[in-house]
Design a protein around this ligand. Structure first.
Ligand code: NAG
Ligand code: NAG
Length: 890
């Protein structure tokens, strides 16, 4: 277990890679086992009688107060779980942000509420719970434990659970449990459809113990018992097996069943939905034969639920000691009482049986959440400026609860977008965050009267709809970008920048622009002369400005150092792991900010993925130290690492524009598509990074997992390769498993797959796939029909070689291209993906080709001298990485 990060567990059981179980901060006032004091146990965990570990919820919410229940009010079985709660006296909506989940994964979410008169008001409240933007349920009757379950599929890499005050008392929550399920479980669950548990019964069990649950049920589902005078019970001592992963009633549940008291009668299972006949219900019935029947004996029956006949109308025979699950063909609705009946067929000489049943109410997700990119941008802004309080849940939805300072547009068909943002006088500190660039629909941005520093970024002038920008009353410096001044001159933008004492240029001296720029340029040029001596790059003017300011502030610093951080520093720089920005086979990546405001990406490693985690772990440290010497402008820089009490983290330079894969898959109506020139540039960037790993590092580093998800883009859309060298730190086995599971299959060198002989040429192969993706805009696996997928290579290469390349070119270019250019790159891609490694070029050849080719392209400004550092065999070297230099300036 990772101390301090208790929600990530190495799987004890093969089925559950990550188990997330939360409960409000646990206060053990009895002080028996733990040394904690009352009321401070934010990071504490406890393990209940079933060996499930619960941890504090403090990481996932920063509002609400922790309250204890009087001991007498808690039922025995929920003693620990419900002994305290988090209540929300302030704010109409308070949200948990569970950031430890993966988009597209199914989860079982369970919430507990037990009032216990914790506030001595003897007034149990009623309130609403939302999952994201959709109402889950109204919570009431909380004097008894109120426990509800939902099977859902995560739409994002986080899940917000919001408690909404409906004016009937203070919302509270006792505990939350969240567990990943298998994909094949609860088939109808998808992005627009979740299942709320109505009933779940282990039929035929005698009421001796409590519910059947963990460890019998690996997902800790609670199988209750139920009795009825028309049933009699049968059981077996033989285990019942489960042939599929789809449904997993535990064997003990399946080992008992009901049958009619009278063998000749039919069997009925009836239940009521007293509250709401509009509920749509879904039913799963689980059967297994548990009596060994003579060879001439048969148990056969038909199954009806409501008006539907199940099992396709065919008679059903349970299999001996094997579970079969039958679902109803369509949801039941419109009544307050339903019956499933099981009727013996004339062929049958045994009565019908039923071993277990589950009933769910269907929840549709109707509300559309705010446009993804807007959400990501604003979460980033929230964390950059540490906005707390009411910024919780979805920024625009539900309408009445949109975030303070925001107004949103609610188009009929599309996702809501952010229209205006007013953060005037809200105490913002630091630079203007890069994420503002992603608010494509914003019209009005008021950041006046804060403490914003640094330059006004160019991208503000590129926001297409921006018509009001108020930056007055800050500490901004540098030049006002010309695109903003021009827009203001043209009258399309109302720009206020007054009261920024260090800002050069104002709305009134647009015409004087040249004069202002001249002296700056002069000093830039002299700086650049210096830079050139150490092998720097000439850049186009705007970039010169940025670089110059870096050099100015960080001159003379030692540019490279090995940095080891403490776990406490990691916690603080990630603001307690507030925002996860990615997830890979090795761990979760969090956004972080150093004390000097440098943004970083912090990768928390899963312990089990690391070689020899327990033996002092010098190996980890040595490898990391080696990796930290690898420096190239097309490789994501290592900044440092943390290794403390089994917490291991790698800290990297933050890449503001995310990974290449997500840029290529953009289908937004506002076209964010990368231009072809930019893609060529990215191809060269990646090629140069790989060339360096292969040729300049001794021993050579084979990346092993080149793919668009590992190619990261900075704010200028320059590409850098991430996750290189990790095979040195991680178990082979783990790397292997993770690629297989992750489906980066489309990138795998077939020769390596067959021979297991890894060479640089395997990277060349994967690089070829990336080139094809740049051409086609497709992922490495192409879906041809709903059920059929082939690799991008098999799809594209035949058309490149024998057919018409126009059939595979990314439709986002809309026919606007020079076909020769594509043919040239496709030719390189084809060579790189030759089945035999000996036929593939070296990366250095690819670099030469691309450079030669790009050099001829007028559209690209050349700046291709790499800023190289030394490698494995050289000692600490000077590098010019902006991140490292800004670090050492501290
Ligand atoms: C932003 O809010 C302040 C008051 O907090 C107000 O004075 C200002 O006019 C608002 N800005 C815009 C653009 O509406
Ligand atoms: C702005 O920042 C400066 C320096 O950090 C600080 O002294 C000042 O109080 C801040 N002003 C506001 C309004 O927050």
């Amino acid at each position: 277990m990772l101390p301090g990060k208790p929600y990530l567990f190495p799987a004890k059981e093969a089925f559950s890679p990550v188990k997330v179980v939360l409960s409000p901060a646990f206060n053990d006032c009895a002080g028996k086992k733990r040394r904690v004091n009352c009321g401070i146990a934010e990071d504490s965990t406890y393990t209940d009688t079933t060996d499930i570990t619960y941890s504090s919820d403090a990481k996932y919410i920063n509002t609400g107060v922790n309250r204890n229940l009087p001991e007498s009010s808690i039922p025995d079985r929920l003693q620990r779980l419900c002994s305290n709660l988090r209540s929300f006296p302030n704010g109409s909506r308070n949200c948990y942000n569970l950031s430890v989940i993966s988009k597209g994964t199914k989860y079982l979410l369970r919430a507990y509420f037990l009032y216990g008169d914790y506030d001595n008001l003897n007034k149990p409240p009623q309130f609403d719970i939302y999952i994201g933007v959709n109402l889950w349920m109204n919570v009431k009757d909380v004097t008894q434990p109120f426990v509800r379950e939902l099977m859902l599929m995560a739409k994002m890499n986080y899940l917000s659970i919001c408690l909404v005050n409906t004016g009937q008392g203070t919302p509270f929550i006792s505990a939350i449990e969240l567990r990943p399920l298998h994909d094949a479980m609860y088939l109808p669950v998808n992005e627009t459809y979740s299942l709320m548990r109505w009933d779940q019964y282990d039929l035929g069990r005698i009421a001796d113990g409590g519910d059947v649950r963990y460890p019998d049920d690996p997902f800790d589902m609670r199988w209750k018992f139920i009795e009825n005078e028309t049933w009699s019970f049968i059981n077996t001592s033989n285990k019942v097996t489960n042939p599929t992963a789809a449904f997993q009633p535990p064997s003990v549940v399946m080992m008992t069943a009901i049958k009619p008291v009278n063998d000749s009668d039919d069997l009925y299972y009836t239940w009521q939905v007293d509250r709401d006949p509009s509920f749509q219900l879904h039913v799963y019935m689980h059967f297994a034969e548990i009596e060994l029947l003579d060879s001439n004996a048969t148990r056969e029956f038909t199954i009806y639920c409501g008006n539907y006949s199940c099992n396709g109308g065919k008679p059903f025979r349970p299999k001996y000691l094997v579970t079969t699950t039958i679902q109803i063909p369509q949801p039941l609705t419109g009544q307050i009482e339903y019956t499933c009946s099981f009727k013996r067929t004339p062929n049958s000489n045994h009565p019908p049986i039923l071993n277990a049943i589950e009933v769910f109410a269907i929840r549709h997700y109707n509300a559309t959440p705010t446009r993804d990119q807007d959400v990501e941008a604003i979460l980033d802004i929230k964390s950059a400026y540490q906005v707390k309080g009411k910024w919780m849940g979805d920024p625009c939805v539900p309408k009445n609860y949109s975030w303070d300072g925001l107004t949103c547009d609610y188009p009929l068909k599309d996702a809501p977008t952010i229209l205006s943002m007013n953060l005037s006088s809200t105490g913002l500190n630091g630079e203007i965050a890069a994420s503002f660039a992603n608010l494509k629909y914003i019209r009005s941005l008021d950041l006046s009267r804060n403490n914003l520093t640094g330059p006004i970024p160019n991208f503000l002038g590129d926001l297409p709809s921006l018509s009001l920008l108020n930056l007055s009353g800050n500490q901004l410096n540098g030049l006002v970008p010309s695109n903003l001044l021009e827009k203001s001159k043209k009258g399309s933008l109302k720009l206020s920048i007054d009261n920024n004492p260090n800002l050069i240029g104002s709305v009134n001296d647009v015409k004087k622009g040249r004069k202002i720029i001249a002296p700056v340029l002069a000093s830039v040029i002299s700086t650049l002369v210096l830079l050139t001596i150490v092998g720097f790059v000439h850049r186009k003017f705007t970039q010169r400005r940025q670089r110059a300011s870096i050099v100015k502030t960080k001159s003379g610093s030692m540019l490279y150092e090995h940095r080891r951080f403490t776990y406490a520093q990691v916690v603080s720089m990630t603001n307690n792991f507030e925002r996860s920005i990615g997830k890979g086979g090795f761990g979760t990546v969090y956004h972080g900010q150093m004390t000097n405001n440098t943004q970083v990406a912090v990768k928390m490693l899963y312990l089990r993925s690391i070689k020899a985690p327990c033996q002092g772990s010098n190996e980890f440290e040595n490898e990391v130290q080696l990796l930290m010497r690898v420096h190239h402008r097309n490789l994501v820089s290592f900044i440092g690492y943390c290794q403390e009490d089994g917490n291991m983290a790698l800290i990297y330079e933050y890449m503001a524009q995310g990974n290449l894969g997500s840029h290529l898959s953009v289908t937004d109506k506002y076209s964010n598509a990368l231009s072809w020139d930019r893609r060529l540039r990215i191809a060269l960037d990646v090629a140069q990074g790989l060339e360096y790993l292969h040729d300049d590092c001794k021993p050579a580093i084979i990346h092993r997992d080149v793919k668009t998800a590992n190619i990261l883009l900075n704010e200028r859309l320059e590409a850098k390769i991430g996750d290189f060298g990790l095979s040195r730190v991680f178990n082979d086995e783990f790397t292997h498993v993770s690629t297989a599971v992750k489906g980066t299959f489309g990138y795998l060198d077939p020769e390596y797959c067959n021979s297991n002989n890894l060479t640089e040429k395997s990277d060349v192969y994967s690089f070829g796939v990336v080139l094809l993706q740049l051409i086609t805009g497709k992922s490495a696996i192409v879906r041809i029909t709903n059920s059929e997928q082939i690799s991008l290579i098999d799809w594209a290469i035949p058309m490149v070689v024998g057919g018409d390349i126009r059939d595979v070119i990314d439709p986002k270019f809309e026919g606007n291209y020079d076909i020769k250019s594509f043919q040239k790159v496709a030719e390189i891609a084809r060579a790189c993906t030759s089945p035999k490694s000996i036929d593939r070029p070296h990366m250095r050849d690819v670099v030469v080709e691309l450079k030669e080719y790009i050099g001829n392209e007028k559209a690209l400004e050349s700046e291709s001298v790499p800023e190289n550092g030394g490698c494995m065999n050289s000692g600490p070297v000077q590098t010019t990485s902006e991140i490292l230099s800004s670090l050492s300036a501290r």
